[in-house]
Every structure is written in structure tokens, then in C-alpha cells.
Design a binder for this molecule. Sequence first.
Ligand code: ADP
Length: 633
Amino acid sequence: MRKKQFKAESKKLLDMMIHSIYTHKEIFLRELISNASDAIDKLYYKQLAENITGLNRDDYCIRVATDKEARTITISDNGIGMTQEELESNLGTIAKSGSLDFKQNNEAKEDIDIIGQFGVGFYSAFMVSERVMVKTLAYSSTEGFCWESEGADGYTVEPCEKLEHGTEITLYLKENTEDEDYDQFLENYRIKSLIKKYSDYITYPIKMEEQVRKELPKADDAHASAEPEVIYETEEHTINSMVPIWKKNKKDITKEEYNQYYQEKFFDFNEPARVIHTNIEGVVSYDALLFVPKKASYDYYTTEYQKGLALYSNGVMIMEKCADLLPDYFSFVRGLVDSADLSLNISREMLQHDRQLKMIAKNIERNVKNELVKMLADDREGYKEFFRQFGLQLKYGIYSDYGLHKENLQDLLLYRSSAEEDMVTLKEYVGRMKEDQDKIFYACGETVDKIDMLPQTDMVKEKGYEILYMTDNVDEFAIQMLREYDGKTFVNICAEDLDLSSEEEKEALSKQNQEAAGLLTLLKDAIGDEISGVRFTNRLKNHPVCLTTEGALSIEMEKTLNAMPMEEKVKAELVLEINMNHRIAQRLMDMDVEEEKEKLDKYAKLLYAQARLIAGLSVDNPTELSNLICELM
Ligand code: ADP
């Protein structure tokens, strides 16, 4: 018979399994049982959705049996089975390429617990087996098929006799070696404890045959001293408790159980940051088990990522990812909702308009919000880490839908501050504002250090005001949606309308600007249409110049928008400001607008170029700039 080759990716994973020196090889059982349970789920769902008669939920089960002589373990289910094509495509290729990627990216850490954390499905059988045989009959099919493989050199598929629909997997265990004991998996008590440990919550019975010791009642005429006759009978027992973790009482579940469930279910290497478990009885009754991950998954900020919670109707999964249960800004939440009030054969389209689902989604949103608020209050470090991972998503949430959710999200924000090397909330900022302060000052830039170097920062800091540093592209867009917090308006210290000076200072400034009107116009004309004006300012401490903006568009927003793939570029309205207290200001004022026009033109260009560079903008003509500098030197 012709051997077929595994797909390249599968072969790699398979090799990994065969040569695994992994210490927790026992998880192979969990993986196979979970596949069996999925296969029954699929059939049960089909039965309900298509109103199939002749199947009884009570008959569904998973059987596990060991055979010491043959050195085999057999795991069988009466689920949906596989057709020949499915057999080839499912077991010849690997679905979980995510775990393989992970492994490849972490090649250095050979021993990384990828297997235990991610689960690797069917192929984990090869960690303990030298040969694996899969017999399967697809539901409503008449011809069974047998898949067989000894590992890396390929597999065979041929027709075989199989009477009941479902799948039967036989593992031919490896021989014991000096370091590895495979015989342990032939002991029923060992298998039983593994089922209890990993698969207790599987909702179908996992059955094993057990020898039961029985004493036969003594016959009446027997001697009183005679030993009772003992026989051993084989009985089938259900090993698992079948209660899914989310249906259990919260106080009966340990943190470890939650963590283990999460890590296995969502293939996460990390424990969850928070667990939210609710059992709701009311207008609509449901159980929800939600997790806030510790780290964003590698695809979280890509379009690949699909948000959503698994949706169950009374223990039966009806949808793997129901997107309607989570708002976009909480899309990082993982978990499930189980409600008996939801109809099983509800379609996706109908779900979107389902009133009960909407109510559940609303509650979930509130639960998540409250949990985050709680985390912020009782685990600041944990929350900071959370915010590093998912803060960006919250900011998008503020910006999206025209700011509809800002009230809900604003207290979850953290910003770096000029007052301390730490993240602060808006509430904290406002709570310690100076008495005369009625604005929230912020500055935008690529990094905190770069913002610190902005000429505008000095003066604001010197006057004793705290500045929020915003380094994400979305920040300013979000701030424009917020506009104010607790009645205090947000003010960009690089924007035009910042006003920190006293009445006298203002007067002095306005006088100087008036007196120098001719000079300023000349400077502006020398620079051209790129800017809308030149003026003296008192907002700078040490620096000679800065660029500020007029209107809604700031410099950082211009950068962000222009970095997007759009045809049309936007332009912030720029104003060149010259420090009225700097020596350069006096020098300019002393010059003769008519006689020294040529020189002033050059100065204007030079000052403008400096201001652009400081603001993190490029200069259009570096050669001209360089020539200018040399000339003036
Ligand atoms: P995963 O379960 O994550 O999809 P596996 O490698 O464990 O990855 O399984 C691959 C596929 O093989 C499954 O998606 C399923 O379609 C099929 N499969 C595995 N075990 C069974 C089973 N007992 N009955 C029916 N189909 C199965």
C-alpha cells in the first residue's frame, strides 16, 4: 500500500512529538479526549439543528480502555466521525500552526513548555506511541476508514469495517527506555487519575471498564467458618464528573483550576491576569466565564485577530466566537457564555438582533469594566502591565464611534506624566492640579524623552504645571474626542491657545508684536506659504524658537495622518514662534527691515528650519539649509 506523506508543517510537529523529551507526556490523553468530545459536540449540534431522530443524548460517550498484553490504549467516541477526505486533511495537516510558529520563534528555549501550554492536538499521541491507528465512520456514511502511521515516514488510509459512527484511536505504546516509563499508561488507575485531572469537566461521560470485587452470598448450608466466595466482575464506570467549570460554584473552584482551564482552552502560555466568573439568574439566565489575558497574543493588533466569546446553549457549544458579545474596546477578553435561554439553532443573523444576547453583552461589558476598575485600584502594577498590552485598544475605543464610549472608558486611561516617572490616571491628574489651573496640559511626541526636549515643555513645567506625555499615534485623536475631563479642558502645550502668562506679561508681548509687525511680516514672507504667521512668544524659557499650530490639526496628527496610505496629505497650520526673551529676538528687532532684508530672509529660513527639526519634522531642502549655515558662519 502506498504511504502518503505528511504536509511539511505537520511533519515538523510530528518530529517534535516523536522525539519529545517533554516531561508531561501524559497530556496526550487530554488532547485525544478533547477531540472526542468535540466530535460528539458536532454530532449533537447537527442532531438538534437538523431535528435528527434516532440519536439519544444519553447514549453519547467516550470510552477509554487499556490492554496490557497488546500494550495499547484505545480511545473511542460515537461522535460525528470522519469521511475519507476529512481523515486525510485533518490528520495529514496540522491546524494549530500558531503553536508551531511559537516553537520556531523560541527555538533557543528548547524545553519551553509549548506542548503543555498550547496543546498540540492529535499528534501528541506520538509522544507515547510508536504506532497510531485511527478507525472512523462518518455519521450517515456506510464505509469506514482506517488511518495508520508509525510517525514521520508517512501514513496509510484504507477502508475498514466500522459499524457505529464515531472514531476509535488505538495507541501502540513505545517500549520503556532507561528514562521513560510508558508502561504506566497501561495501568487503569493511572489513566483514571489523568481523566480526573485533565478532563473532568468534559460534558459527556468518559467510561472505563473496571474489575469489581464481589463476595457471593454464602449458601445456607455452608459452614459458618467457610471463606465467602469472591468473584471479579467487569463493570463500566463513568470517571469524570461532567460538570463544566463554569457551571460549578465559584467557591468550589481554585485559582489553579481557572488558570489551567484558561491556558488549555486558549493556548496561552501565560496565566490570565483576571478571571471573571458570573452565574446570573434573572430575566435572562446565563453563566459567563471571562478572562483578561496577561499578554496580547501575537496577532492581537492585526486584522487576523477575531474577537468574540464562545457561546453555549446549556452546555452545547453553538458558536466558537460570537463577536456580538464583546465591544471592540474589550476585544482582548476571552471566555464563554452559556445560556439555556438561547435557542440552539439560532443563526448568526438572528443572533445579532437577539434581545437576550444584547442584554448579556451589556452585562458583560459592565463586568469587564468593573473588573478593570478593581484591578486599577487593588493591583496597580498588574494594571500597568495590562495597560501596556491593551491600553492602545482602550484609546481606540475612546476615539471610535464619535466618542460614544468615552464616559465609560476615560477612567481606565493611564498616561506618563512630567510629575513622576510613572503612569497616572486623569482623575489623579485633576486631583492634584494647581489651584489656579483650569486646564489639563498635554504634549505629544514619539517618546517621552523627545517630548521632554520640546522647547514648549520647559516653561509649563517651570510654572509648576504637570504635563501628560502622549506617545501613541491615537492619543491626540482620542483627546480630541474627550475634549475635557471633569470640566477641565485638554490643552496641547504645543498648540496656539496656551496661555500661562500674567496680564502684564501679556501686554508686554502684544506690544512687542505690534511694534515688530513689519519685521514679522517680512519673516513670514521669506518663509512662504508653509506657515500662517510668525510672532514673538513668551512661552519659551531657553529655546529660541518653536512651531505651534492653529486650528484642529496638530503637528503629531499631521504626521500620523500622512503616514496612513491616503492619496491626499493633510497639513497642520503652522506658526513660527520666536522667544521674545531670547537674544535672537533682540538681534532681529535691531535689524533694519529695508537695508538688511536679504539677511533677514536668510535668518527667517534658518529659524524655521530649526523649529521644524525640533518638532520632529523634516526640512524640505537640507542642502539649502546647510549652505545657509555656512554662509552665516
Ligand atoms: P484540533 O483539534 O485543534 O483541530 P487536532 O490535531 O487535535 O487539532 O485534530 C485535527 C482535526 O482532526 C480536528 O479538527 C478534527 O476535525 C479531526 N479529529 C480529531 N479527532 C477526531 C475525532 N475523535 N473525531 C472526529 N474528528 C476528529
